[in-house]
Design a protein around this ligand. Structure first.
Ligand code: FES
Length: 143
């Protein structure tokens, strides 16, 4: 069965949303509540913030349920392009690593990551070192 992929554009950037990948981290609607509105249909309003604000928020999506494409004639500002990794601890969830970086697995194999990756913090993921959403099933909580 084909996966659902919805698109929302403001003419400069197109936000793409794949609901099957969404882990409900709430980062998007806490960061840009005017754009990501859970109680509205459609729930994404790409015209409710600047393109730069949208890109910055979409890049923080831990599962890449949200991605974006720049439309023709719009270039990302160089200072918006991440050149290093940032690690954000998600409440009751994974470590969100953003940027371009490498992960060495337990056998020393190199995994190149570009964009975002969610690393398991609960220890239960079947896709270690990456989060597979299992923290929800076990009720993982920060103390
Ligand atoms: S933190 Fe998500 S599966 Fe472990």
């Amino acid at each position: 069965m084909e996966k659902i992929k919805k698109k929302y554009s403001n003419g400069e950037v197109t936000i793409m949303w794949e609901p099957d990948l969404c882990d409900h981290s709430s980062i998007c609607y806490r960061s840009l509540p005017n754009v990501f509105k859970l109680s509205s249909r459609p729930w994404i309003d790409a015209n409710a913030a600047t393109t730069d604000e949208i890109i910055k928020t979409v890049k923080r999506c831990p599962t890449r349920a949200l991605t974006y494409e720049l439309n023709e004639n719009f270039e990302e500002k160089p200072d918006e392009i991440e050149t290093k990794a940032t690690i954000t601890i998600i409440q009751d969830g994974p470590y969100l690593v953003s940027g371009n970086f490498k992960v060495l697995d337990i056998d020393g194999n190199e995994i190149v990551c570009k964009g975002n990756a969610a690393l398991c913090r609960c220890g239960v993921s079947q896709k270690k070192p990456f989060c597979d959403g299992a923290h929800h099933r076990i009720g993982f909580k920060d103390e």
